[in-house]
Ligand binder design. Structure first.
Ligand code: NAD
Ligand code: LMR
Length: 334
């Protein structure tokens, strides 16, 4: 029997990430090739013509078997949010070369406050929300605060891109398949204070699972260049492309939602920005990236991992930045 369609909202659908993301969703990369999807694409009136162009392209693409019965392309936030089961919030003002993420804060938090209300009033009851637009953790927090009836477990932000970047760095360094590297962690903010942590990461080898730390055997690299490369990757891409990452961001958004909905493989965790419950002494009340496993459509923070002194200071530093961002966001909304 055919599955009921899932309604997936993509805001900022006429933008760069949107343009990469909607065909991935349409081809089943996010929810599987047997899951019909109705795409709801939202953008602002200034981008209405471009949005319509994206819709035309989707309809012309004969690989879009998933798109029946439809694509909604609109600049009306209420129409866009109506009955959505999954909301991927990409719309916003992107960081340009030379801008700090905080510079885009005031432009974006007011968007997230008003879109929170639209989702709260019009989305399906158990809608899962992924915020991609920067500052992603703080936009997600504002969305959570202004949509109090959406369960806090349903609101998340994207740090899977950073997670995938960390896997990529280890795979390059060790010349192994990226799919054989598991259980890196991104702690904290999707920003340059994030802490990419390989303390518990492993690589599948012909003689079993080995610790990344043992195989790399170079603490100077792991505690230095590895961390800074992952932290600065977004800025490096902006410098190179003059635009922020789009293809990898779209692909990571699909990874995030797929694992959340379908579940993470046994023994594997991923990184998601989620509402802190105080685990690992991270202040409650922040959206903070943790290692999580997912089962039956719910994430759980992986508990009991050892945190050494080096890691502790990094976890605290990125939490401090998030607390500052939260205060700044509220000051922008006043
Ligand atoms: P973009 O400028 O190409 O696209 C953004 C789109 O959002 C535009 O089409 C714009 O018209 C639309 N938009 C603006 N305000 C809107 C609103 N109120 N409602 C709906 N749509 C609106 O930017 P992009 O490259 O697609 O990046 C989008 C966001 O994602 C940026 O904030 C960027 O910094 C962020 N980003 C996050 C990650 C991550 O890993 N979390 C990675 C890359 C980029
Ligand atoms: C990225 O990590 O690629 C982006 O978040 C960079 C940015 O600031 O847009």
């Amino acid at each position: 029997m055919a599955k009921d369609p899932v309604h997936v909202l993509v805001t900022g659908a006429a933008g760069q990430i949107g343009y990469a993301l909607v065909p991935m969703i349409a081809r089943g990369v996010m929810l599987g090739a047997d899951q019909p999807v109705i795409l709801h694409m939202l953008d602002i009136p200034l981008a209405a013509e471009a949005l319509n162009g994206v819709k035309m392209e989707l309809i012309s693409n004969n690989q879009n078997i998933l798109l029946r019965p439809g694509v909604v392309a609109t600049t009306d936030v209420v129409e866009a949010c109506l009955g959505v089961n999954i909301a991927v919030m990409v719309g916003g003002f992107p960081r340009k070369e030379g801008m700090e993420r905080k510079d885009v804060m005031s432009k974006n938090v007011s968007i997230y406050k008003s879109q929170a209300s639209a989702l709260e009033s019009h989305a399906a009851a158990n809608c899962k929300v992924l915020v991609v637009a920067n500052p992603a953790n703080t936009n997600a927090l504002i969305l959570k605060e202004f949509a109090p009836s959406i369960p806090e477990k349903n609101i998340s932000c994207l740090t899977r891109l950073d997670h995938n970047r960390a896997l990529g760095q280890v795979s390059e360094r060790l010349s192994v398949q990226v799919s054989d590297v598991k259980n890196v962690i991104i702690w904290g903010n999707h920003s340059s204070t994030q802490y990419p942590d390989v303390t518990h990461a492993t690589v599948k080898t012909s003689v079993g699972k080995k610790a990344v730390k043992e195989l790399v055997a170079d603490d100077a690299w792991l505690n230095g260049e590895f961390i800074s490369t992952v932290q600065q990757r977004g800025a490096a891409i902006i410098k190179a492309r003059k635009f922020s990452s789009a293809l990898s961001a779209a692909s990571s958004a699909c990874d995030h939602i797929r694992d959340w909905v379908v579940g993470t493989p046994e023994g594997t965790w991923v990184s998601m920005g989620v509402y802190s419950d105080g685990s690992y002494d991270v202040p409650a009340g922040l959206i903070y990236s943790f290692p999580v496993t997912c089962k039956n459509g719910e994430w759980s923070i992986v508990q009991g991992l050892s945190i050494d002194e080096f890691s502790r200071s990094k976890l605290d530093k990125t939490a401090e930045e998030l607390s500052e961002e939260k205060a700044l966001a509220y000051s922008c909304l006043v």
